[in-house]
Design a protein around this ligand. Sequence first.
Ligand SMILES: Nc1ncnc2c1ncn2[C@@H]1O[C@H](COP(=O)(O)OP(=O)(O)OP(=O)(O)O)[C@@H](O)[C@H]1O
Length: 252
Amino acid sequence: MSAPAAPTITLENLTLGYEGRDVVEGLDGAVRPGELLALCGPNGGGKSTILKAIAGLLKPLSGRVRIAGGSAGEIAYLPQSADIDVTFPIRVGEFVSLGALRRRGLFAGSNAEERARVAAALEAVGLSSLERRPLGALSGGQLQRALFARLIVEDRDVILLDEPFGAIDRATTEHLLTLVERWHAQGRTVIAALHEFDLVRRAFPTTLLVAGRPIFFGDTRRALSEENLAAAELAARKREAVRESRAARHAV
Ligand SMILES: Nc1ncnc2c1ncn2[C@@H]1O[C@H](COP(=O)(O)OP(=O)(O)OP(=O)(O)O)[C@@H](O)[C@H]1O
C-alpha cells in the first residue's frame, strides 16, 4: 500500500439538500488528515447527505466542501448496502478487483501485482474461499466483507463508509472494525455514518452529531452525552414538525 497522505477536509458554512430544499445546514469544521470520525444522529438527520457531499456526489446548496493538501480528491466511498446493485452478474473476486479499476482507470489492465492485491484483500476479509461465487449469492455480512475487500484494493487515503455495520452480526462487525482501525493506524482518514453508539464510543475518537444541523462536533464522549443526544432528538422532531406542516399547507 502507498504511504497515505490524506488531505484536510473543511466544511465551510455548508448547507446541503435536494431540489433546493435544505436537509442539513450550518456545517462548519475541519476533518484533519488521519482522523477517525463518526457521523451520528437520528434517522433523516443528514449523515448520508454529508458523506455524499464530501464524496463530491452532491453539490452544496450553499457553502462548500474544501479538500486540500495530500492526495486531495482521492476518496473511496461505500454507500449503504441497500443502494448497491447485486444483480449484476459478477463473481466475488472480479467485484473486488473493480477497486483497482476505480483507482487506476479502465485500461490499466490486471497484472500479477494487482491479482496478488485482490487475493490479499479477500484473505483480509475472510472471503478467500468464496472468490468464484456470484456476488448475488452472498449473504448480507459476506457482501459487506466483499465491499471492504474492494476498499482495500482501492487503497485511498480518505474512506467514507455509510452504515458499514448495519444488519451484520457481531463477529463480522468486529472483524470489519479491525480493518477500519488498521486504516486509521495507516494514517488514512475514515468517516463513517453509524448508529451503534457503543461501538462509536469504543472505536471513534471524534464524532459529528447531526440532526438537520450540527449538534456537536468533537470528542466522541462529549458528542454522545445524554444532553447532546436529547438535543439531537428534539432538533429532529422540530424539523419533522416543520416538514409536516409545510406538506399540509401544500395539500390544501
Ligand atoms: N435524493 C433525495 N431526494 C430528496 N430528499 C432526500 C434524498 N436523499 C435523502 N433525502 C432526504 O434528506 C434527509 C436526510 O437524509 P439522509 O439520508 O442524509 O439522513 P441520514 O441521517 O443518513 O438518515 P438514516 O439514519 O435514516 O440513514 C431525509 O429527510 C431524506 O428523506
